[in-house]
Design a binder for this molecule. Structure first.
Ligand code: AMP
Length: 591
Protein backbone atom coordinates (compact mmCIF):
# COMPACT_ATOMS: atom_id res chain seq x y z
CA UNK A 1 0.00 0.00 0.00
CA UNK A 2 1.27 3.43 -0.85
CA UNK A 3 1.00 6.32 1.60
CA UNK A 4 -2.40 7.95 1.93
CA UNK A 5 -2.61 11.10 -0.13
CA UNK A 6 -2.84 14.19 2.00
CA UNK A 7 -1.31 16.86 -0.21
CA UNK A 8 -1.73 17.82 -3.84
CA UNK A 9 2.06 17.60 -4.16
CA UNK A 10 1.79 13.83 -3.72
CA UNK A 11 -0.19 13.63 -6.94
CA UNK A 12 1.72 13.60 -10.22
CA UNK A 13 0.47 17.03 -11.24
CA UNK A 14 2.56 19.62 -13.03
CA UNK A 15 3.93 22.63 -11.19
CA UNK A 16 1.60 24.97 -13.04
CA UNK A 17 -1.50 23.08 -11.88
CA UNK A 18 -0.13 22.89 -8.33
CA UNK A 19 0.47 26.63 -8.45
CA UNK A 20 -3.13 27.18 -9.61
CA UNK A 21 -4.52 25.08 -6.76
CA UNK A 22 -2.43 27.06 -4.33
CA UNK A 23 -3.75 30.32 -5.73
CA UNK A 24 -7.33 29.10 -5.59
CA UNK A 25 -6.60 28.18 -2.00
CA UNK A 26 -7.31 24.45 -1.99
CA UNK A 27 -5.49 23.04 0.96
CA UNK A 28 -5.69 19.33 0.39
CA UNK A 29 -7.32 17.00 -2.12
CA UNK A 30 -10.84 15.96 -1.18
CA UNK A 31 -11.30 12.18 -0.71
CA UNK A 32 -12.68 11.68 -4.22
CA UNK A 33 -9.77 13.65 -5.68
CA UNK A 34 -7.15 11.76 -3.68
CA UNK A 35 -8.60 8.48 -4.89
CA UNK A 36 -9.42 9.34 -8.49
CA UNK A 37 -6.64 11.60 -9.74
CA UNK A 38 -3.84 8.99 -9.50
CA UNK A 39 -6.01 6.36 -11.24
CA UNK A 40 -6.91 8.66 -14.12
CA UNK A 41 -3.31 9.78 -14.49
CA UNK A 42 -2.27 6.15 -14.71
CA UNK A 43 -4.74 5.69 -17.55
CA UNK A 44 -7.35 3.56 -15.76
CA UNK A 45 -11.06 3.76 -16.36
CA UNK A 46 -12.87 4.83 -13.21
CA UNK A 47 -16.31 4.14 -11.84
CA UNK A 48 -16.79 6.76 -9.14
CA UNK A 49 -19.63 6.95 -6.72
CA UNK A 50 -19.76 10.62 -5.79
CA UNK A 51 -22.17 13.47 -5.90
CA UNK A 52 -22.10 17.22 -6.25
CA UNK A 53 -20.10 18.94 -3.61
CA UNK A 54 -17.49 16.25 -3.18
CA UNK A 55 -14.97 17.94 -5.44
CA UNK A 56 -15.50 15.49 -8.28
CA UNK A 57 -15.16 18.14 -10.98
CA UNK A 58 -11.52 18.72 -10.08
CA UNK A 59 -11.12 14.94 -9.69
CA UNK A 60 -11.56 14.56 -13.44
CA UNK A 61 -10.65 18.05 -14.69
CA UNK A 62 -7.15 18.06 -13.22
CA UNK A 63 -6.06 14.76 -14.82
CA UNK A 64 -7.64 15.82 -18.13
CA UNK A 65 -5.74 19.12 -18.07
CA UNK A 66 -2.56 17.34 -17.05
CA UNK A 67 -2.72 15.08 -20.07
CA UNK A 68 -3.74 17.65 -22.68
CA UNK A 69 -1.65 18.45 -25.70
CA UNK A 70 -2.39 22.15 -26.11
CA UNK A 71 -0.82 22.21 -29.56
CA UNK A 72 -3.45 19.77 -30.78
CA UNK A 73 -6.57 21.87 -31.27
CA UNK A 74 -9.25 19.24 -31.40
CA UNK A 75 -11.38 17.75 -28.62
CA UNK A 76 -9.26 15.54 -26.43
CA UNK A 77 -11.82 15.22 -23.68
CA UNK A 78 -15.61 15.07 -23.72
CA UNK A 79 -17.64 15.56 -20.56
CA UNK A 80 -21.33 14.65 -20.69
CA UNK A 81 -23.61 16.28 -18.14
CA UNK A 82 -27.37 15.93 -17.61
CA UNK A 83 -28.18 19.64 -17.67
CA UNK A 84 -27.02 22.80 -19.34
CA UNK A 85 -26.36 24.44 -15.99
CA UNK A 86 -23.99 21.69 -15.02
CA UNK A 87 -22.32 21.85 -18.46
CA UNK A 88 -21.66 25.57 -17.98
CA UNK A 89 -20.49 25.07 -14.44
CA UNK A 90 -18.09 22.29 -15.38
CA UNK A 91 -16.74 24.31 -18.31
CA UNK A 92 -16.14 27.22 -15.95
CA UNK A 93 -14.34 24.94 -13.52
CA UNK A 94 -12.07 23.75 -16.35
CA UNK A 95 -11.35 27.34 -17.25
CA UNK A 96 -10.49 28.12 -13.65
CA UNK A 97 -8.12 25.19 -13.24
CA UNK A 98 -6.50 26.01 -16.60
CA UNK A 99 -5.64 29.58 -15.70
CA UNK A 100 -1.93 28.86 -16.21
CA UNK A 101 -2.40 26.93 -19.46
CA UNK A 102 -2.27 29.60 -22.15
CA UNK A 103 -4.31 28.84 -25.26
CA UNK A 104 -6.57 26.35 -23.49
CA UNK A 105 -10.12 26.22 -24.85
CA UNK A 106 -13.17 24.55 -23.36
CA UNK A 107 -16.61 24.75 -24.94
CA UNK A 108 -19.95 24.03 -23.29
CA UNK A 109 -22.56 22.85 -25.77
CA UNK A 110 -26.17 22.40 -24.88
CA UNK A 111 -29.66 22.61 -26.31
CA UNK A 112 -31.28 26.00 -26.44
CA UNK A 113 -28.06 27.74 -27.39
CA UNK A 114 -27.61 28.76 -30.98
CA UNK A 115 -25.91 26.16 -33.14
CA UNK A 116 -23.95 28.78 -35.07
CA UNK A 117 -22.06 29.99 -31.98
CA UNK A 118 -21.16 26.44 -31.11
CA UNK A 119 -20.07 25.72 -34.67
CA UNK A 120 -17.87 28.79 -34.76
CA UNK A 121 -16.08 27.73 -31.58
CA UNK A 122 -15.76 24.14 -32.70
CA UNK A 123 -14.21 25.27 -35.97
CA UNK A 124 -11.71 27.46 -34.16
CA UNK A 125 -10.59 24.43 -32.21
CA UNK A 126 -11.28 23.41 -28.61
CA UNK A 127 -9.50 21.01 -26.29
CA UNK A 128 -12.40 20.03 -24.06
CA UNK A 129 -16.10 19.81 -24.88
CA UNK A 130 -18.66 19.74 -22.05
CA UNK A 131 -22.15 19.02 -23.25
CA UNK A 132 -25.59 17.62 -22.71
CA UNK A 133 -26.22 14.33 -24.52
CA UNK A 134 -28.87 15.66 -26.94
CA UNK A 135 -26.78 18.45 -28.34
CA UNK A 136 -23.62 16.36 -28.47
CA UNK A 137 -25.55 13.77 -30.51
CA UNK A 138 -26.77 16.50 -32.84
CA UNK A 139 -23.22 17.60 -33.53
CA UNK A 140 -22.01 14.06 -34.02
CA UNK A 141 -24.79 13.33 -36.51
CA UNK A 142 -24.05 16.51 -38.42
CA UNK A 143 -20.37 15.66 -38.22
CA UNK A 144 -19.63 19.06 -36.76
CA UNK A 145 -17.92 17.47 -33.77
CA UNK A 146 -15.13 14.98 -34.32
CA UNK A 147 -14.17 12.61 -31.57
CA UNK A 148 -11.20 11.16 -33.43
CA UNK A 149 -8.67 12.77 -31.11
CA UNK A 150 -10.55 11.92 -27.93
CA UNK A 151 -8.51 10.52 -25.01
CA UNK A 152 -10.94 10.85 -22.14
CA UNK A 153 -14.70 10.73 -21.74
CA UNK A 154 -16.33 11.74 -18.48
CA UNK A 155 -19.92 10.94 -17.61
CA UNK A 156 -20.90 13.35 -14.88
CA UNK A 157 -23.99 12.59 -12.76
CA UNK A 158 -24.80 9.49 -14.77
CA UNK A 159 -27.81 8.67 -12.58
CA UNK A 160 -29.32 12.06 -13.41
CA UNK A 161 -28.82 11.32 -17.10
CA UNK A 162 -30.62 8.04 -16.57
CA UNK A 163 -33.44 9.74 -14.69
CA UNK A 164 -33.85 12.26 -17.46
CA UNK A 165 -34.03 9.60 -20.13
CA UNK A 166 -30.63 10.22 -21.72
CA UNK A 167 -28.99 6.92 -21.01
CA UNK A 168 -29.56 5.49 -24.50
CA UNK A 169 -28.08 8.64 -25.98
CA UNK A 170 -25.08 8.29 -23.70
CA UNK A 171 -24.71 4.70 -24.77
CA UNK A 172 -24.83 5.77 -28.42
CA UNK A 173 -22.29 8.56 -27.91
CA UNK A 174 -19.89 6.21 -26.15
CA UNK A 175 -20.20 3.94 -29.17
CA UNK A 176 -18.87 6.78 -31.35
CA UNK A 177 -15.68 7.28 -29.33
CA UNK A 178 -12.32 5.77 -30.26
CA UNK A 179 -11.78 2.36 -28.64
CA UNK A 180 -8.60 3.29 -26.78
CA UNK A 181 -10.10 6.25 -24.90
CA UNK A 182 -10.31 6.38 -21.13
CA UNK A 183 -13.70 6.70 -19.39
CA UNK A 184 -14.55 8.10 -16.00
CA UNK A 185 -18.13 7.56 -14.94
CA UNK A 186 -19.45 9.43 -11.89
CA UNK A 187 -22.80 8.80 -10.31
CA UNK A 188 -24.30 9.41 -6.88
CA UNK A 189 -26.00 6.01 -7.06
CA UNK A 190 -25.27 2.99 -9.20
CA UNK A 191 -28.55 1.60 -10.50
CA UNK A 192 -28.45 -1.40 -12.81
CA UNK A 193 -28.73 0.45 -16.16
CA UNK A 194 -25.67 2.49 -15.24
CA UNK A 195 -23.75 -0.60 -14.26
CA UNK A 196 -24.69 -2.02 -17.66
CA UNK A 197 -23.36 1.02 -19.50
CA UNK A 198 -20.20 0.78 -17.42
CA UNK A 199 -19.95 -2.91 -18.20
CA UNK A 200 -20.34 -2.30 -21.93
CA UNK A 201 -17.92 0.56 -22.30
CA UNK A 202 -15.43 0.66 -19.42
CA UNK A 203 -12.35 -1.52 -19.40
CA UNK A 204 -11.37 -3.04 -16.10
CA UNK A 205 -12.63 0.03 -14.22
CA UNK A 206 -11.33 0.89 -10.77
CA UNK A 207 -14.16 1.64 -8.40
CA UNK A 208 -13.94 4.67 -6.18
CA UNK A 209 -16.45 5.23 -3.45
CA UNK A 210 -16.47 7.80 -0.72
CA UNK A 211 -16.77 6.17 2.63
CA UNK A 212 -19.79 7.13 4.61
CA UNK A 213 -19.24 7.63 8.28
CA UNK A 214 -22.00 6.66 10.64
CA UNK A 215 -20.42 7.92 13.84
CA UNK A 216 -23.06 9.06 16.26
CA UNK A 217 -23.33 12.71 17.02
CA UNK A 218 -26.28 12.70 19.35
CA UNK A 219 -25.27 15.48 21.70
CA UNK A 220 -25.08 17.99 18.90
CA UNK A 221 -28.21 19.81 17.82
CA UNK A 222 -27.99 19.86 14.05
CA UNK A 223 -29.71 22.46 11.93
CA UNK A 224 -29.40 23.68 8.38
CA UNK A 225 -30.28 26.86 6.69
CA UNK A 226 -30.95 27.17 2.99
CA UNK A 227 -29.02 30.13 1.66
CA UNK A 228 -27.54 31.03 -1.71
CA UNK A 229 -23.78 31.62 -1.96
CA UNK A 230 -24.16 35.39 -2.39
CA UNK A 231 -26.03 35.76 0.91
CA UNK A 232 -23.92 33.53 3.11
CA UNK A 233 -22.03 36.32 4.83
CA UNK A 234 -25.22 38.18 5.71
CA UNK A 235 -26.77 34.92 6.87
CA UNK A 236 -23.76 34.25 9.07
CA UNK A 237 -24.05 37.69 10.60
CA UNK A 238 -27.68 37.07 11.41
CA UNK A 239 -26.87 33.73 12.99
CA UNK A 240 -24.04 35.19 15.06
CA UNK A 241 -26.37 37.94 16.20
CA UNK A 242 -28.99 35.72 17.77
CA UNK A 243 -27.36 32.42 18.66
CA UNK A 244 -26.49 32.12 22.30
CA UNK A 245 -22.92 31.13 21.61
CA UNK A 246 -19.77 30.90 23.65
CA UNK A 247 -17.10 30.23 21.04
CA UNK A 248 -17.80 29.57 17.38
CA UNK A 249 -15.83 27.50 14.90
CA UNK A 250 -16.70 28.26 11.29
CA UNK A 251 -15.66 25.86 8.54
CA UNK A 252 -14.79 26.88 5.01
CA UNK A 253 -13.18 24.95 2.20
CA UNK A 254 -10.11 26.92 1.30
CA UNK A 255 -7.27 28.72 2.97
CA UNK A 256 -8.10 31.82 0.98
CA UNK A 257 -11.72 31.65 2.13
CA UNK A 258 -10.63 31.25 5.77
CA UNK A 259 -8.50 34.39 5.68
CA UNK A 260 -11.08 36.33 3.72
CA UNK A 261 -14.03 35.41 5.90
CA UNK A 262 -12.12 36.19 9.11
CA UNK A 263 -11.27 39.60 7.66
CA UNK A 264 -14.81 40.29 6.57
CA UNK A 265 -16.17 39.32 9.98
CA UNK A 266 -13.63 41.64 11.58
CA UNK A 267 -14.80 44.42 9.31
CA UNK A 268 -18.36 43.82 10.49
CA UNK A 269 -17.34 44.08 14.09
CA UNK A 270 -16.85 40.44 15.03
CA UNK A 271 -13.24 39.86 16.09
CA UNK A 272 -12.17 36.62 14.39
CA UNK A 273 -9.08 34.74 13.33
CA UNK A 274 -8.33 32.29 10.55
CA UNK A 275 -6.89 28.85 11.14
CA UNK A 276 -5.43 27.11 8.10
CA UNK A 277 -2.54 24.98 6.95
CA UNK A 278 -0.44 27.80 5.52
CA UNK A 279 -0.05 29.42 8.91
CA UNK A 280 3.05 28.64 10.96
CA UNK A 281 2.67 26.17 13.77
CA UNK A 282 3.38 28.95 16.26
CA UNK A 283 0.63 31.15 14.88
CA UNK A 284 -1.84 28.29 14.79
CA UNK A 285 -1.10 27.39 18.40
CA UNK A 286 -1.45 31.00 19.42
CA UNK A 287 -4.88 31.22 17.81
CA UNK A 288 -6.05 28.04 19.51
CA UNK A 289 -4.71 29.32 22.82
CA UNK A 290 -6.67 32.55 22.43
CA UNK A 291 -9.78 30.55 21.71
CA UNK A 292 -9.20 28.46 24.82
CA UNK A 293 -8.51 31.36 27.15
CA UNK A 294 -11.53 33.43 26.12
CA UNK A 295 -9.66 36.17 24.32
CA UNK A 296 -11.04 35.12 20.95
CA UNK A 297 -14.53 33.82 20.20
CA UNK A 298 -14.66 33.20 16.47
CA UNK A 299 -12.27 31.09 14.41
CA UNK A 300 -12.66 30.41 10.70
CA UNK A 301 -10.93 27.14 9.89
CA UNK A 302 -10.25 24.69 7.09
CA UNK A 303 -10.80 20.99 7.66
CA UNK A 304 -7.11 20.17 7.76
CA UNK A 305 -6.20 22.86 10.26
CA UNK A 306 -9.06 21.93 12.59
CA UNK A 307 -8.23 18.25 12.62
CA UNK A 308 -8.40 16.99 16.20
CA UNK A 309 -9.09 20.45 17.63
CA UNK A 310 -10.30 20.10 21.20
CA UNK A 311 -11.55 23.31 22.78
CA UNK A 312 -14.31 22.81 25.29
CA UNK A 313 -15.87 26.21 24.95
CA UNK A 314 -16.76 25.77 21.27
CA UNK A 315 -20.53 25.87 21.56
CA UNK A 316 -21.24 26.25 17.84
CA UNK A 317 -19.86 24.81 14.66
CA UNK A 318 -21.00 26.61 11.56
CA UNK A 319 -20.52 24.85 8.26
CA UNK A 320 -20.25 27.94 6.13
CA UNK A 321 -19.15 25.83 3.16
CA UNK A 322 -20.73 22.40 3.01
CA UNK A 323 -18.14 19.62 3.54
CA UNK A 324 -17.12 17.24 0.76
CA UNK A 325 -18.25 14.12 2.43
CA UNK A 326 -20.13 12.86 5.41
CA UNK A 327 -16.96 11.93 7.21
CA UNK A 328 -15.71 15.50 7.12
CA UNK A 329 -19.12 16.62 8.39
CA UNK A 330 -18.99 14.25 11.32
CA UNK A 331 -15.47 15.40 12.14
CA UNK A 332 -16.42 19.05 11.93
CA UNK A 333 -19.43 18.88 14.19
CA UNK A 334 -17.46 16.73 16.60
CA UNK A 335 -15.46 19.90 17.42
CA UNK A 336 -18.38 21.00 19.58
CA UNK A 337 -20.17 19.19 22.40
CA UNK A 338 -16.79 18.37 23.94
CA UNK A 339 -16.38 17.00 27.44
CA UNK A 340 -20.02 16.09 27.86
CA UNK A 341 -21.40 19.52 26.94
CA UNK A 342 -24.13 20.18 24.43
CA UNK A 343 -23.32 21.75 21.11
CA UNK A 344 -24.91 23.28 18.07
CA UNK A 345 -24.09 22.67 14.45
CA UNK A 346 -25.48 24.87 11.71
CA UNK A 347 -25.01 24.06 8.06
CA UNK A 348 -25.41 26.51 5.18
CA UNK A 349 -26.81 24.74 2.15
CA UNK A 350 -27.30 26.17 -1.32
CA UNK A 351 -30.26 24.72 -3.20
CA UNK A 352 -27.95 22.67 -5.42
CA UNK A 353 -26.28 21.16 -2.37
CA UNK A 354 -29.47 19.66 -0.94
CA UNK A 355 -28.45 16.22 -2.12
CA UNK A 356 -25.32 16.39 -0.03
CA UNK A 357 -27.47 17.35 2.94
CA UNK A 358 -29.63 14.26 2.43
CA UNK A 359 -26.51 12.12 2.10
CA UNK A 360 -25.24 13.45 5.42
CA UNK A 361 -28.56 12.71 7.10
CA UNK A 362 -28.54 9.22 5.68
CA UNK A 363 -25.01 8.46 6.72
CA UNK A 364 -25.32 9.86 10.24
CA UNK A 365 -28.84 8.42 10.53
CA UNK A 366 -29.95 11.69 12.04
CA UNK A 367 -32.29 14.28 10.64
CA UNK A 368 -30.94 17.79 10.32
CA UNK A 369 -33.60 20.26 11.26
CA UNK A 370 -34.32 23.17 8.93
CA UNK A 371 -33.93 26.58 10.51
CA UNK A 372 -35.16 29.89 9.21
CA UNK A 373 -32.83 32.81 9.32
CA UNK A 374 -33.80 35.30 11.98
CA UNK A 375 -35.58 38.27 10.40
CA UNK A 376 -34.16 41.78 10.46
CA UNK A 377 -36.91 42.78 12.88
CA UNK A 378 -36.01 39.93 15.19
CA UNK A 379 -32.37 40.99 15.20
CA UNK A 380 -33.31 44.59 15.86
CA UNK A 381 -35.47 43.37 18.75
CA UNK A 382 -32.57 41.31 20.01
CA UNK A 383 -30.20 44.26 19.92
CA UNK A 384 -32.68 46.44 21.76
CA UNK A 385 -33.17 43.82 24.45
CA UNK A 386 -29.41 43.52 24.82
CA UNK A 387 -29.04 47.24 25.17
CA UNK A 388 -31.74 47.45 27.80
CA UNK A 389 -30.08 44.71 29.75
CA UNK A 390 -26.70 46.42 29.50
CA UNK A 391 -28.24 49.62 30.85
CA UNK A 392 -29.67 47.88 33.88
CA UNK A 393 -26.43 45.97 34.46
CA UNK A 394 -24.44 49.18 34.40
CA UNK A 395 -26.83 50.88 36.77
CA UNK A 396 -26.36 47.97 39.17
CA UNK A 397 -22.63 47.57 38.89
CA UNK A 398 -20.96 50.91 38.15
CA UNK A 399 -20.42 54.00 40.20
CA UNK A 400 -22.08 56.60 38.01
CA UNK A 401 -21.66 59.69 40.20
CA UNK A 402 -19.38 61.54 37.79
CA UNK A 403 -21.76 60.88 34.89
CA UNK A 404 -24.84 61.87 36.87
CA UNK A 405 -23.21 65.20 37.57
CA UNK A 406 -22.42 65.62 33.92
CA UNK A 407 -26.04 64.98 32.95
CA UNK A 408 -27.19 67.46 35.56
CA UNK A 409 -24.82 70.04 34.10
CA UNK A 410 -26.15 69.54 30.58
CA UNK A 411 -29.68 69.73 31.88
CA UNK A 412 -28.96 72.98 33.63
CA UNK A 413 -26.79 74.67 31.02
CA UNK A 414 -28.79 73.73 27.96
CA UNK A 415 -32.23 73.35 29.46
CA UNK A 416 -32.70 69.88 28.10
CA UNK A 417 -34.79 67.25 29.82
CA UNK A 418 -32.97 64.16 31.20
CA UNK A 419 -35.03 62.07 28.79
CA UNK A 420 -33.72 64.00 25.79
CA UNK A 421 -30.18 63.74 27.06
CA UNK A 422 -30.56 59.99 27.53
CA UNK A 423 -31.96 59.71 24.00
CA UNK A 424 -29.01 61.58 22.51
CA UNK A 425 -26.53 59.46 24.44
CA UNK A 426 -28.32 56.29 23.35
CA UNK A 427 -28.01 57.45 19.76
CA UNK A 428 -24.28 57.97 20.27
CA UNK A 429 -23.96 54.50 21.78
CA UNK A 430 -25.38 52.79 18.72
CA UNK A 431 -23.85 55.01 16.05
CA UNK A 432 -21.25 52.45 14.96
CA UNK A 433 -23.61 49.53 15.20
CA UNK A 434 -27.16 50.79 14.72
CA UNK A 435 -29.92 49.01 16.57
CA UNK A 436 -31.92 48.82 13.37
CA UNK A 437 -30.39 45.88 11.59
CA UNK A 438 -30.29 45.79 7.81
CA UNK A 439 -28.58 43.60 5.28
CA UNK A 440 -28.95 42.50 1.69
CA UNK A 441 -30.81 39.22 2.08
CA UNK A 442 -33.95 39.68 0.02
CA UNK A 443 -37.34 38.94 1.43
CA UNK A 444 -37.92 35.30 0.71
CA UNK A 445 -40.39 34.81 -2.13
CA UNK A 446 -41.51 31.49 -3.37
CA UNK A 447 -39.26 30.40 -6.18
CA UNK A 448 -40.67 30.21 -9.66
CA UNK A 449 -40.75 26.73 -11.09
CA UNK A 450 -39.78 28.37 -14.34
CA UNK A 451 -36.19 29.44 -14.25
CA UNK A 452 -35.41 33.01 -15.19
CA UNK A 453 -36.09 33.65 -18.83
CA UNK A 454 -32.61 34.97 -19.34
CA UNK A 455 -31.27 31.43 -19.04
CA UNK A 456 -33.79 30.08 -21.44
CA UNK A 457 -33.12 32.22 -24.42
CA UNK A 458 -30.66 31.25 -27.05
CA UNK A 459 -27.34 32.85 -26.19
CA UNK A 460 -27.45 35.10 -29.22
CA UNK A 461 -30.47 36.89 -27.75
CA UNK A 462 -29.17 37.05 -24.25
CA UNK A 463 -28.08 40.67 -24.46
CA UNK A 464 -31.70 41.84 -24.36
CA UNK A 465 -32.80 42.95 -20.92
CA UNK A 466 -34.69 40.10 -19.27
CA UNK A 467 -38.41 40.60 -18.91
CA UNK A 468 -39.91 40.62 -15.48
CA UNK A 469 -40.81 37.05 -14.71
CA UNK A 470 -41.77 37.91 -11.16
CA UNK A 471 -45.46 37.57 -11.93
CA UNK A 472 -45.09 33.85 -12.27
CA UNK A 473 -43.26 33.45 -9.04
CA UNK A 474 -46.14 32.69 -6.74
CA UNK A 475 -48.20 30.76 -9.22
CA UNK A 476 -47.92 27.02 -8.96
CA UNK A 477 -51.15 25.99 -10.64
CA UNK A 478 -50.77 23.48 -13.40
CA UNK A 479 -52.00 23.43 -16.95
CA UNK A 480 -52.28 20.24 -18.96
CA UNK A 481 -50.62 20.28 -22.34
CA UNK A 482 -50.89 17.96 -25.31
CA UNK A 483 -47.65 16.83 -26.97
CA UNK A 484 -47.69 15.38 -30.48
CA UNK A 485 -45.49 12.43 -29.62
CA UNK A 486 -46.74 9.13 -28.30
CA UNK A 487 -45.98 5.40 -28.09
CA UNK A 488 -45.72 5.13 -31.85
CA UNK A 489 -42.91 7.69 -31.86
CA UNK A 490 -41.06 5.89 -29.09
CA UNK A 491 -41.79 8.56 -26.45
CA UNK A 492 -41.26 7.61 -22.80
CA UNK A 493 -41.92 9.66 -19.66
CA UNK A 494 -38.18 9.91 -19.13
CA UNK A 495 -37.35 11.36 -22.48
CA UNK A 496 -40.26 13.77 -22.25
CA UNK A 497 -39.08 14.96 -18.83
CA UNK A 498 -35.52 15.14 -20.10
CA UNK A 499 -36.44 17.17 -23.16
CA UNK A 500 -38.66 19.62 -21.30
CA UNK A 501 -36.37 20.03 -18.31
CA UNK A 502 -33.29 20.49 -20.38
CA UNK A 503 -34.55 22.44 -23.32
CA UNK A 504 -37.03 24.70 -21.57
CA UNK A 505 -35.25 25.03 -18.29
CA UNK A 506 -38.16 23.80 -16.19
CA UNK A 507 -36.95 21.88 -13.19
CA UNK A 508 -38.01 18.26 -13.46
CA UNK A 509 -39.81 18.38 -10.11
CA UNK A 510 -42.23 20.84 -11.64
CA UNK A 511 -43.08 18.58 -14.50
CA UNK A 512 -46.29 16.90 -13.47
CA UNK A 513 -48.17 13.81 -14.53
CA UNK A 514 -47.31 12.44 -17.95
CA UNK A 515 -49.64 10.16 -19.88
CA UNK A 516 -48.46 8.54 -23.05
CA UNK A 517 -51.10 7.61 -25.64
CA UNK A 518 -50.69 5.98 -29.01
CA UNK A 519 -49.93 9.11 -31.03
CA UNK A 520 -49.84 11.86 -28.43
CA UNK A 521 -49.09 12.45 -24.76
CA UNK A 522 -50.19 14.83 -22.07
CA UNK A 523 -48.15 16.55 -19.42
CA UNK A 524 -48.88 18.95 -16.58
CA UNK A 525 -46.68 22.02 -16.55
CA UNK A 526 -46.75 25.06 -14.31
CA UNK A 527 -49.31 27.67 -15.24
CA UNK A 528 -48.01 31.04 -16.30
CA UNK A 529 -45.41 29.77 -18.73
CA UNK A 530 -43.65 32.67 -20.49
CA UNK A 531 -44.47 32.82 -24.17
CA UNK A 532 -40.96 32.30 -25.44
CA UNK A 533 -40.60 29.11 -23.43
CA UNK A 534 -43.87 27.90 -24.90
CA UNK A 535 -42.71 28.70 -28.42
CA UNK A 536 -39.38 27.04 -27.79
CA UNK A 537 -41.02 23.92 -26.38
CA UNK A 538 -43.11 23.53 -29.51
CA UNK A 539 -39.95 22.91 -31.47
CA UNK A 540 -38.22 20.69 -28.94
CA UNK A 541 -37.88 17.14 -30.21
CA UNK A 542 -38.31 13.77 -28.57
CA UNK A 543 -36.97 10.91 -30.64
CA UNK A 544 -36.61 13.39 -33.48
CA UNK A 545 -40.33 14.40 -33.43
CA UNK A 546 -41.26 17.95 -32.44
CA UNK A 547 -43.41 18.19 -29.31
CA UNK A 548 -45.67 20.75 -30.96
CA UNK A 549 -47.38 21.30 -27.67
CA UNK A 550 -50.77 22.93 -27.20
CA UNK A 551 -53.08 23.43 -24.27
CA UNK A 552 -55.32 20.43 -23.77
CA UNK A 553 -58.22 22.64 -22.71
CA UNK A 554 -58.19 24.13 -26.20
CA UNK A 555 -57.43 27.62 -24.93
CA UNK A 556 -54.96 29.72 -26.82
CA UNK A 557 -51.67 30.49 -25.19
CA UNK A 558 -52.07 33.10 -22.48
CA UNK A 559 -55.88 32.83 -22.41
CA UNK A 560 -57.39 32.56 -18.93
CA UNK A 561 -59.76 29.84 -17.81
CA UNK A 562 -63.23 31.31 -17.34
CA UNK A 563 -63.43 29.58 -13.94
CA UNK A 564 -64.05 31.27 -10.60
CA UNK A 565 -61.23 33.34 -9.23
CA UNK A 566 -58.38 31.59 -7.60
CA UNK A 567 -57.71 32.19 -3.97
CA UNK A 568 -55.37 35.09 -3.64
CA UNK A 569 -51.88 33.74 -3.82
CA UNK A 570 -49.92 36.46 -2.16
CA UNK A 571 -46.21 36.06 -2.11
CA UNK A 572 -44.81 34.47 0.89
CA UNK A 573 -42.53 36.50 2.98
CA UNK A 574 -40.01 35.13 5.37
CA UNK A 575 -41.76 34.77 8.62
CA UNK A 576 -38.96 33.47 10.70
CA UNK A 577 -39.08 34.32 14.30
CA UNK A 578 -36.52 33.88 16.97
CA UNK A 579 -36.88 32.88 20.53
CA UNK A 580 -37.00 35.56 23.13
CA UNK A 581 -33.69 37.37 23.02
CA UNK A 582 -31.06 35.84 25.20
CA UNK A 583 -27.84 37.38 26.26
CA UNK A 584 -25.34 36.49 23.62
CA UNK A 585 -22.01 35.73 25.08
CA UNK A 586 -20.04 36.34 21.92
CA UNK A 587 -18.08 39.47 22.32
CA UNK A 588 -18.62 41.98 19.69
CA UNK A 589 -16.91 45.31 19.50
CA UNK A 590 -19.30 47.27 21.60
CA UNK A 591 -20.31 50.75 20.65
P1 AMP B 1 -17.78 19.79 -7.07
O1 AMP B 1 -18.18 18.63 -6.24
O2 AMP B 1 -16.77 19.45 -8.06
O3 AMP B 1 -18.97 20.51 -7.62
O4 AMP B 1 -17.02 20.85 -6.11
C1 AMP B 1 -17.69 21.51 -5.09
C2 AMP B 1 -16.92 22.73 -4.59
O5 AMP B 1 -15.74 22.34 -3.88
C3 AMP B 1 -16.44 23.68 -5.66
O6 AMP B 1 -16.79 24.98 -5.23
C4 AMP B 1 -14.95 23.54 -5.68
O7 AMP B 1 -14.32 24.76 -6.00
C5 AMP B 1 -14.63 23.12 -4.27
N1 AMP B 1 -13.45 22.26 -4.19
C6 AMP B 1 -13.16 21.22 -4.98
N2 AMP B 1 -12.01 20.64 -4.59
C7 AMP B 1 -11.56 21.31 -3.51
C8 AMP B 1 -10.42 21.18 -2.64
N3 AMP B 1 -9.52 20.23 -2.80
N4 AMP B 1 -10.30 22.06 -1.63
C9 AMP B 1 -11.22 23.03 -1.45
N5 AMP B 1 -12.31 23.21 -2.22
C10 AMP B 1 -12.50 22.36 -3.25
Amino acid sequence: MSDPIEYFEQLALSDSLLETLKQIGYEAPSPIQAATIPLLLQGHDVLGQAQTGTGKTAAFALPVLEQLDLAERRPQALVLTPTRELAIQVAEAFQGYARHLPGFHVLPIYGGQSMSIQLRHLKRGVHVVVGTPGRVMDHLRRETLSLAGLRTVVLDEADEMLRMGFIDDVDWILGQTPPERQIALFSATMPEPIRQVAHRHLRDPREVKIRASTATVETVRQRYCQVGPQHKLDALTRVLEVEDADAVLIFVRTKVAATELAERLEARGYPSAALHGDMTQVLREKTIEQLKNNTLDIVVATDVAARGLDVQRISHVINYDIPYDTEAYVHRIGRTARAGRAGDAILFVAPRELRMLRAIEKATRQPIERMQLPTQEAITGHRLAQFKQQVSEILNSQDLGFFQQLVAEIEREQEISPQDIAAAVTWLAQRDRPFQFEDDIPIEVEKSPLRPERELRPASRRERPPKDTGKYAADFDKVRYRLEVGHQHGATPQNIVGAIANEAGIESRYIGRIEIHEDYSTVDLPDGMPKDIFQHLKKVRVRQYPLNLSRLDGLEFGQQQPTPKRAASGRKTAKAEVDAPSTRKIRKRSP
